[in-house]
Design a protein around this ligand. Structure first.
Ligand SMILES: Cc1cc2nc3c(=O)[nH]c(=O)nc-3n(C[C@H](O)[C@H](O)[C@H](O)COP(=O)(O)O)c2cc1C
Length: 186
């Protein structure tokens, strides 16, 4: 497999309007010679087809491991074992909650729990400003920091729901620079 010989980013993509930016991140990392293994939530896969990530990265993108054609018999383990960086971008409020509370009810959250403690982990939230300000979300973010996740953004500005405020996914260039630094690439 190509990702065994390269630096590998496991890119978690959840159901946010900002999924289109994740495509750009996947593309730029791939152009840098990084192997990008994409894991989408079911909601994300309703907004953008896994096949697009496969086309961009040249590596199968997955939503579930309960499939006859799954890339590996226990994909959640395999993903964690190959990750040099675990990056969830965009992270929806729901996925933040799942990760903060140790749920393992989809491939993304299950793989997250298997990640080695030494693997850098980062989350880039994207949501409506009121969601981002909601006490439950704030509490989940603080929990995630405590679990060793770096929280990237969100940016303030215009959000897709038509409201200005804090909740925009950080720009792809910022995410790519972050990944480059974490992976030790010049
Ligand atoms: C078009 C569209 C855009 C959405 N954008 C966001 C978003 O940016 N952030 C968010 O937290 N939820 C957003 N949602 C709602 C989530 O998709 C929903 O809460 C879902 O349950 C998230 O599941 P997931 O975390 O498993 O992907 C959006 C829904 C739709 C239909």
């Amino acid at each position: 497999m190509v990702y065994r010989d390269k630096k590998c980013v496991v890119l978690g993509v959840s159901g946010s309007v900002a999924v289109y930016k994740a495509c750009d991140v996947a593309s730029k990392l791939t152009q840098m010679g990084v192997a990008v293994r994409t894991v989408l939530t079911e909601s994300a896969a309703k907004l953008v087809a896994p096949q697009l990530f496969r086309a961009i990265t040249g590596i199968p993108a997955s939503v579930t491991e309960f499939a006859d054609d799954a890339e590996s018999p226990m994909l959640h383990i395999d993903l964690a074992q190959t990750a040099d960086l675990f990056l969830v971008a965009p992270a929806s409020a729901s996925t933040l909650g799942r990760l903060a509370n140790g749920l393992a009810d989809d491939l993304l959250s299950t793989a997250a729990l298997v990640m080695d403690a030494r693997t850098p982990k980062a989350i880039a939230p994207a949501m409506n400003p009121n969601m981002w300000a909601a006490p439950a979300v704030r509490a989940n973010v603080e929990k995630l920091r405590g679990y060793g996740y770096e929280i990237l953004g969100p940016d303030a500005g215009w959000t897709a729901c038509g409201v200005p405020g804090s909740g925009r996914l950080v720009e792809p260039a910022t995410l790519v620079s972050f990944a480059r630094a974490k992976l030790g690439l010049s």
